[in-house]
Write a protein that binds this ligand. Structure first.
Ligand SMILES: [Fe+2]
Length: 146
C-alpha cells in the first residue's frame, strides 16, 4: 500500500503485501481502505454535493470501523489472545478520537477533512502493520485457524 500522488482519485492503494493472512480480516481491511478512499474523494472538491457525500460517508465509515473492531475482538477473545486488552485499547482510542472529530464536523467546529482522512489512513496502516500482524503471528505459532 502506498500513497498514490499520481492518481488523484485514491489516497491509498491496497497491496497484498499488507495482508495478514487471515482472509476474513484481510477482506475487512480492504473495505476500510476502500472507505478511506471514498472519504478522500468526497473531500477533494469543495462542492455542496461533495460535502453532503462526505457527511454520509463519514458516518458509514465510523459504523464499519466499529463493526470491524468488534469482529476482530471477538475472534481474539475466542483464541484467548494474551494481548487482547492492549489491542482493544488501541481500537477504543481510535473510535473515541474519530467520534470527537465527527462531532466537531457535524457541529461546524474546526475540522479539516483532508487532514482527518490522511490521519485515518495512517492509523489504519500502522495498526495493521504493528498490532494486527502481531496476532496473526500468534495465531500462526499457536496454529489457530478461523
Ligand atoms: Fe485491530
Amino acid at each position: 500500500m502506498s500513497d498514490s500522488y499520481d492518481d488523484n482519485d485514491k489516497l491509498v492503494e491496497w497491496d497484498d503485501k499488507y495482508a495478514i493472512g487471515i482472509p476474513l480480516i484481510d477482506e475487512q481491511h480492504k473495505q476500510l481502505i476502500q472507505l478511506t478512499n471514498d472519504l478522500y474523494k468526497a473531500c477533494r472538491d469543495g462542492t455542496e454535493a461533495a460535502n453532503a457525500q462526505f457527511k454520509e460517508a463519514i458516518r458509514g465509515t465510523v459504523d464499519y470501523i466499529k463493526y470491524h473492531f468488534s469482529a476482530e475482538e471477538k475472534m481474539l477473545e475466542n483464541i484467548k489472545y494474551p494481548e487482547l486488552t492492549a489491542h482493544k485499547r488501541q481500537h477504543e482510542s481510535l473510535v473515541k478520537s474519530i467520534l470527537v472529530d465527527v462531532k466537531n464536523f457535524e457541529e461546524g467546529k474546526k475540522f479539516v477533512p483532508n487532514a482527518f482522512v490522511r490521519e485515518l489512513k495512517d492509523w489504519i496502516l500502522t495498526h495493521i502493520a504493528v498490532m494486527d500482524v502481531r496476532y496473526a503471528q500468534y495465531m500462526k505459532v499457536t496454529r489457530h485457524k478461523i
